[in-house]
Design a protein around this ligand. Structure first.
Ligand code: ASP
Length: 299
């Protein structure tokens, strides 16, 4: 039992977020970090705080997660979410979910069930139905703006570089509770116009997220195909465990991305001592934190 000072940092994606989209990204992250911190302040676990923050971001149409997710090639969102508990290295995730508005809640159920780490597509949805999660019409998650984007991609084609222009982003959070436990969570609609069945880094342990009480916690956002080939989040957490500062661990991770042309990502980090930090090599990253140093957010 430790008497750690609780801390939480959330991200709302790391891309070229345009000026007009910046205020809702910043405000959304601030509101989410407050929702997560409220859990920590009432003595809830880091995992509960992460879930509260990520759920908040899933419900906010600003972000590419839950309601407002980007559409795949077939015109529907397919969402991924993952959660990791740094105390027992428990992991729960779902990928390719279409009919549930808060995939992070499904991820929690997978983690708590404990039989498996990751469930996909129809199997994940069957698992959710068996536990009476409310199902939604996939159409109800689609914004007009995303439908318009999808029509444009169909007419004009789509290349991944487009992602650097789109203003809608993945969501995630890492938290430390007063017991000294760390947790990490991500939720995403992935990349626009993706092939049905495409899975990104966001819900894969070690790739888009990792948490270990002994070393630290990290969530990534960015080009999932690159992040997963580098197992980026685990590398960052291992570097923290070897005693690197948050800055050095993040620099090393972003430098590893240099192996890929246009390698881009953003990271949020949290140490077992409660130090929060955000780093990115994208033009912008939306993030906000709350902890011993008060409230901070990307400007
Ligand atoms: N990493 C996510 C993915 O590739 C996207 C993002 O972070 O915006 O699915």
């Amino acid at each position: 039992m430790s008497d750690a000072e609780p801390a939480i940092i959330v991200h709302g994606g790391a891309w070229n977020i345009p000026d007009e989209a910046w205020p809702p990204h910043r405000e959304g992250c601030l509101a989410a970090v407050r929702a997560g911190y409220a859990e920590l302040a009432r003595g809830a676990s880091a995992l509960d705080a992460v879930i509260a923050a990520v759920r908040f971001l899933e419900d906010d149409p600003t972000f590419d997660a839950g309601f407002g997710s980007v559409l795949g090639r077939d015109g529907y969102p397919e969402m991924d979410a993952g959660l990791m508990d740094g105390a027992g290295l428990r992991f729960g995730g779902v990928v390719g979910v279409r009919r549930f508005a808060n995939p992070v809640l499904l991820a929690r159920a997978v983690l708590e069930d404990g039989s498996h780490c990751l469930l996909s597509g129809e199997g994940a949805e069957l698992f959710a139905r068996e536990r009476c999660f409310p199902e939604c019409d996939p159409e109800s998650l689609i914004l007009d703006r995303e439908r318009e984007n999808w029509e444009r991609y169909r007419r004009e084609g789509f290349d991944l570089a487009e992602k650097f222009r789109r203003p809608r982003e993945t969501a995630g959070a890492v938290a430390l509770d007063s017991r000294g436990d760390l947790a990490a969570g991500n939720s995403t609609g992935g990349v626009s116009f993706k092939h049905p069945g495409r899975v990104g880094d966001s819900a894969l342990p070690g790739c888009g997220l990792y948490a270990d009480n002994r070393s630290g916690a990290c969530c990534c956002s960015g080009w999932g195909e690159q992040i997963m080939r580098l197992v980026l989040a685990k590398g960052v957490v291992d570097d923290l465990g070897r005693g690197l500062t948050v800055g050095k661990a993040a620099d090393a991770a972003l430098a590893r991305l240099g192996r890929f042309e246009g390698g881009r990502a953003g990271l949020i980090l949290l140490t077992p001592a409660g130090e929060t930090a955000a780093f990115h090599n994208t033009p912008r990253m939306a993030w906000a934190s709350l902890g011993p140093r008060g409230e901070q957010a990307a400007e």
